[in-house]
Design a protein around this ligand. Structure first.
Ligand code: 5RP
Length: 245
């Protein structure tokens, strides 16, 4: 039956990856409880979760949510999901977010959508972080996906030189690229910062790299999420697997 449904969805224009993103989001709905304070992630997978949560809210489900981006905030508002500022709440119970890569220890690369700073702040404030992803995001070793590094505008050249030295020292095979927006201008995050994407290939020591990047004054944050993800729902053709507890 599932295969037929997949075929029907594909005919309607949904890719297999998108179907799996939806399935992962559906699985994560089992994590929500009435009255929870929930962090809402950003990206095409998190968007499915927000849609599903919106449907539950329309049925009377009670929760209060903190979005990790302006895009997610707009989606949630459109679905009448109650929103709050992070600082108005005494922490969060749960955050559900996507990822660009996830390894066997549930360490992540995030920030492909440019929301890494708010995503990390929200996840850090949450008692539990759950990742939802299709199977293509699972890797043996982080680093094939370019690592997003959010930087301040001021002193961009100096920051670029420092970051370049750090990534070279940590085995980057490629260089750094300043992320461009769809308009051809430098991409700006919700916080008004810029993003360098760093091309590693493989990241051999994510913790050491994290510390070295955060030691560069112009670096605001990076997309390595180490020891933050409690569980992940990974959807593949044969079903959804849960990693972690
Ligand atoms: C945004 C993110 C996203 O969670 C990540 O890029 C995955 O996106 P998608 O679900 O669209 O594949 O970190 O900053």
């Amino acid at each position: 039956m599932r295969e037929q449904a997949d075929l029907a969805s594909e005919i309607q224009g949904n890719s297999v990856a998108d179907i799996q993103k939806r399935q992962a989001a559906e699985a994560a709905m089992g994590e929500i409880r009435s009255g929870m304070r929930i962090g809402l992630g950003t990206g095409s997978t998190a968007k499915h979760f927000v849609d599903l949560l919106g449907a539950r809210v329309a049925e009377g489900f009670e929760c209060i949510c903190v979005p990790t981006s302006e895009v997610t905030a707009a989606q949630a508002r459109g679905l009448n999901i109650p929103l709050s500022d992070l600082d108005a709440l005494d922490g969060l119970d749960l955050t559900v977010d996507g990822a660009d890569e996830i390894d066997g220890q549930r360490n992540l690369i995030k920030g492909g959508g440019g929301a890494l700073l708010r995503e990390k702040i929200v996840a850090d404030a949450s008692a539990r972080m759950v990742v939802i992803a299709d199977g293509s995001k699972v890797v043996d070793q982080l680093g094939a996906f370019p690592l997003p590094i959010e930087v301040n505008m001021f002193g961009l050249g100096a920051t670029r030189a420092r970051v370049n030295a750090v990534i070279k020292a940590h085995g980057a095979e490629g260089g750094l690229e300043l992320r461009q927006g769809a308009d051809g201008q430098a991409f700006r995050t919700d916080g008004g910062h810029l993003i360098f994407d760093a091309f590693f290939g493989r990241i051999s020591d994510a913790k050491a790299l994290s510390a070295a990047l955060l030691d560069v004054p112009g670096v605001v944050q990076h997309g390595l999420f180490i020891d933050m993800c409690d569980a992940a729902y990974i959807a593949r053709a044969d079903g959804v697997a849960k990693l972690g507890d």
